[in-house]
Design a protein around this ligand. Structure first.
Ligand code: MG
Length: 458
């Protein structure tokens, strides 16, 4: 039996991103423009984290995806691209990002993908439901029932991801096809929101405020009120039945493009880019903050003798090169190598040197299901000190030896392999959807809110 197509749907949305009250930079990036919505939370040091999330949002928003499979392939392609950029540039080594994206596909469906610990939720009728699973160490412990929600909130490894874009050459992508209903409200957010607010508080705010832009801004404000310890990004998307009063689809994009041109457009590589992607609130911040620095004095004051100016400039450039070179070298050193350490009481394999060096944190690569209390004291001490090895292969060999000594038959449980791509069975109904997306996803309002710019079009 062929399902009957529902009434035409229209979409309204609002987005807001903020650095929070503790961090100086916003490493989150956001894209909100029907039919595509993206939240990405970058990591790996100041510039690297910003770059990873920005590249991911740029890469995904530049393509078009008819269905969930195409979106998943685009995410995999994006991962290879970000990983390649990280490998080519010492300053960007080890950069990574989460990504949660929702793409309206056809007249009644949306594709949803997730990598990392940003989240998607759905408010439908009386039910508020999380749609994504966190790819984090703590998320894994929670799913296993090893720790409680309260313990998770205070867990020392609560920021440690088990899956992210850019870390490995290939990545597993969780994906779903969602059947959309009128009156659905979707929320995409970075962990800066949910680390400050409970699901109940988020739900109450989403129920209280009818306008998606107001809801997004209010959630960011509340997270800041409660500490704002991380960058906070929120996208709220409303689905409604088209009652014929929606404005034409072209209104919002035109207004967005006009707003874009008013911004200084300079990316870190010095290229003029992204004139058509104003909804990247993060980019807007970055552009506003990165006005090109020139060596000339424009205020009419006494100019220094030219030779001195150039010498001074040359000296400053040399000093800066030396500083950046040193940081890059430390970053390279911190990120090279592999070691074994305890995460909680479990032996795990990390990429990078033991401990954190500057802001370079080791990355959890593989869990072993071998625990502290199973091991002899000498080995515990060795691993406690951060047992450095030459390669992942050597680390695995050591783990295998430990396992053999313990007579344990517990297999390794690398998180990245334990949850393969999942596709909601709702996808079977997509065959009935033949309507063109562009003609049915009517834009009625766009609000992108940032520190520096607020754009509202209707
Ligand atoms: Mg975060």
């Amino acid at each position: 039996m062929t399902p009957m197509p529902g009434p035409p749907l229209v979409f309204r949305w609002g987005a807001s991103t903020h650095a929070g009250r503790v961090r100086s930079a916003n490493q989150d990036s956001v894209f909100a423009q029907a039919p595509l919505f993206i939240v990405a939370d970058g990591m790996g040091g100041h510039r690297a984290g910003e770059t990873a999330s920005r590249l991911t949002v740029e890469s995904l928003s530049s393509g078009d995806f008819a269905d969930v499979d195409a979106l998943v392939e685009a995410v995999r392609e994006t991962n290879r691209y970000v990983h390649g950029r990280a490998s080519d540039d010492a300053e960007l080594q080890g950069m990574g990002t989460t990504v949660t994206a929702l793409r309206i596909a056809g007249s009644q469906h949306a594709a949803l993908i997730n990598v990392g610990d940003s989240r998607a939720y759905r408010l439908r009728g009386g039910r508020f439901e999380r749609l994504t699973e966190d790819h984090s160490y703590v998320g894994t412990l929670l799913r296993e029932g090893s720790i409680s929600e309260q313990e998770a909130e205070l867990h020392p490894y609560r920021n440690m991801l088990t899956r992210a874009i850019g870390i490995e050459p290939e990545v597993d992508v969780d994906s779903w096809t969602l059947e959309l209903q009128a009156a659905d409200r979707y929320l995409l957010c970075s962990d800066g929101l949910i680390n400050e607010l409970s699901d109940d508080q988020v739900q109450a705010t989403l129920r209280r405020l009818a306008d998606p832009g107001d809801a997004a801004r209010e959630l960011v404000r509340l997270a800041n009120d409660r500490g704002g310890r991380d960058n906070i990004t929120v996208v709220v998307i409303d689905v409604a039945a088209d009652d014929g009063t929606a404005s034409t689809p072209t209104a919002a994009p035109t207004a967005d493009a006009a707003a874009t041109e008013a911004l200084p457009v300079v990316d870190p590589d010095g290229h003029d880019t992204m004139a058509d992607t104003q909804p990247f609130a993060e980019l807007a911040d970055e552009r506003a903050g990165r006005v090109p620095v020139t060596g000339t004095d424009n205020d009419g004051g006494d100019p220094a003798p030219p030779m001195l100016t150039w010498r001074l400039l040359g000296f400053v450039v040399l000093v800066m090169l030396a500083i950046f070179g040193a940081i890059a070298a430390v970053g390279w050193w911190a990120r090279s190598g592999t070691h074994l350490d305890f995460a909680g009481d479990e032996v795990v394999i990390f990429d990078g040197r033991p401990g954190s060096v500057l802001w370079f944190e080791p990355t959890l690569v593989e869990r072993t299901a071998i625990f502290r209390d199973e091991l002899p004291e000498a080995i515990v001490a060795d691993i406690d000190a951060g047992r450095e090895v030459a390669s992942l292969a050597e680390a695995r060999t050591i783990v295998d030896e430990l396992r053999a000594e313990l007579g344990s038959s517990t297999p390794a449980t690398p998180e990245a392999d334990s949850t393969s791509e999942t596709t909601d069975t709702e996808s079977t109904t997509t065959t009935a959807v033949t309507a063109d997306t562009e003609s049915t996803t009517t834009t009625t309002a766009t609000t992108v809110d940032t520190e520096s710019t607020t754009t509202t079009a209707s």
